[in-house]
Design a binder for this molecule. Sequence first.
Ligand code: ZN
Length: 308
Amino acid sequence: MTLLERAESKQPNLLRILTYHQIERPEAFEEQMSYLASSYPVISMADLLNVYETGAKLPPRSVMITFDDAYRNFAECAWPIMKRHNLPVTLFVPTAFPDHAERIFWWDRLRQAFNLTSRRDTLATPLGPLSLATKKQQEKSLKRLEAYVKTLSHEKALVWVEQICQELDAPCLKSNVLGWYDLRQLAAQGVTLGAHSRTHPLLNRVSLQAAEAEIVGSLQDLEKKIGIAPPIFAYPHGQFTEKIVSILRHAGFALAFTTLRGTNDLRHADRLRLRRINIGSRANLSILRARLVHSSAYVNRWRPLPEA
Ligand SMILES: [Zn+2]
């Protein structure tokens, strides 16, 4: 244990929630899970719900593991490893995607088009001409376009991404999201499935009415397809506003998860604005350990986002 790790380990009531999406290096993920299993109490979503319902206390240094977006990669790479280590996990599902091979997350579609395009000239965009000449320039152009898409309304964003992908003349690959059959299998094996909207819009880029339908609808979809759906929600892209939070409160959600980095002090943390710590697909053990320790600096500090 490092000095920092030892210092933070004495603080009570702290919960660190990890967010993963996909795993590109199973051996590095194995190392992380093995470390968590031997070094931290890893709690389940049911444990956390119980804390809020009954006032039960969590063991010091508790960690929770979540995966967003229900990629096939979760069932193929992550879950077998977590199962072996007996680690509980929650998978947040955008419920319009399972069993729709033609539906691809816009950011995956855009990235795929950049990876597959043979164009090396300049791409005309609303941000001006962007270079496709080298891998480095492509990556830079892609990052700028991703940021631009997030400024558009959800509907416009989808149309615009499709147009750009056609201009890049790249084939459209099939969905990489798990189907309902596989999701039911995972639930039966102990994976907690949580609501993550239906179509994964930025909730501040759709009308409030549409946001409510996305939020409540995704919970209903899970109830219908899986049989049980805990009252939990992960904000798509981590984005929320005061109004979105109040929709969740009125709809009876018990817990909601952002992507704001930090540790939650459960004595004060807003249960509908829980912080998480993102771990990238290629992360190794030292990155995980650093994130677990350094996120303490962000306890309960958060930036409100602009209203829609
Ligand atoms: Zn997501």
